[in-house]
Design a protein around this ligand. Structure first.
Ligand SMILES: Nc1ncnc2c1ncn2[C@@H]1O[C@H](COP(=O)(O)OP(=O)(O)OP(=O)(O)O)[C@@H](O)[C@H]1O
Length: 269
């Protein structure tokens, strides 16, 4: 990626998002999460009504700049009720801290929601499952974006509704559109590969949703989790293997296996 000294100004202009002066962000902040790339705080911003979440990223090298640019680019493309909205970016130049200012999800992550409200009513779980599928379907089918980091801590809930977040690992394949116009199950384009991987992650999330608890590594293995194999095969051969294209098992919502989440048996695509 070509990064020049004006990279920060450029991403705001190119992506049509607000460059929020740092002074406009309230200094009083509550830490609400952290991940590989930074700390997330709940606070307010004088330019935006209500609470906001800010993701603070310390830019120490070129790679951090590239990651920040990618996250802002992909996230700002995504405007949908099932996706956390990005409001703008900000920076504290003296400390080399850069910020993504976004919509605040007041009910936290899907994982926390499930553990706090266990057991969640079946109808409610199905409603949430459909909303997650809607968000992923939008990313894949409308924007040619693969999220690449879908799990129950990146699925947030605001006022009881799903909001997908964290585009730090996401990739947009919109410029490759011509290469996968006719994509089908045998297409071995990178987009198809990552899309299948997202759908696998969706299956894992739905399993967590159906059981109202995190699925252990042991359980995933016993359910013949394909992700690791797929990634290895893809990396080694550069090809999409048929192995990835096996449908996921249906995720049952009750023990007598009468009801399952339809999204699994009738894929969203
Ligand atoms: N908009 C938001 N509203 C409420 N909480 C949020 C929001 N964004 C992030 N969080 C909280 O902060 C945590 C970390 O955020 P995020 O996943 O974006 O950071 P990351 O550094 O990219 O993490 P990862 O290690 O998953 O890549 C989330 O799991 C969630 O608890």
């Amino acid at each position: 990626m070509n990064v020049n000294k004006d990279w920060y100004d450029n991403i705001a202009i190119e992506n049509g998002i607000l460059d929020i002066p740092y002074e406009q962000i309230n200094k009083e902040r509550t830490k609400i999460g952290f991940g590989k790339y930074g700390i997330v705080y709940k606070t307010t911003c004088s330019l935006i009504e209500g609470d906001v979440a800010i993701k603070e990223i310390y830019i120490r090298n070129q790679e951090c700049i590239e990651n920040f640019i990618n996250e802002v680019r992909v996230h700002s493309l995504s405007r949908h009720r099932r996706i956390i909205q990005i409001y703008g970016i900000s920076r504290n130049v003296k400390k080399n801290l850069y910020y993504i200012v976004m919509e605040y999800a007041n009910n936290g992550t899907l994982r926390d929601f499930l553990s706090k409200n266990n057991p969640v009513d079946l109808k409610e779980r199905i409603r949430l499952a459909i909303q997650i599928s809607e968000g992923i379907s939008y990313l894949h089918n409308k924007l040619y974006i693969s999220h690449r980091d879908l799990h129950a801590k990146n699925i947030l809930i605001k006022n009881g509704n799903i909001k997908i977040s964290d585009f730090g690992n996401s990739k947009c394949f919109i410029n490759d559109q011509k290469n996968f116009e006719s994509h089908n199950v045998l297409d071995n384009s990178p987009f198809t590969f990552y899309k299948v991987s997202d759908i696998h992650s969706l299956g894992v999330i739905l399993l967590e949703l159906s059981n109202c608890r995190k699925t252990s590594h042991k359980e995933l293995i016993s359910k013949r989790c394909l992700k690791k194999d797929c990634l290895e095969i893809h990396e080694k051969s550069g090809m999409t293997s048929n192995l990835q294209l096996k449908p996921l098992e249906p995720v049952y919502l009750n023990t007598d296996k009468k009801s399952y989440i339809r999204a699994i048996q009738s894929p969203v695509f």
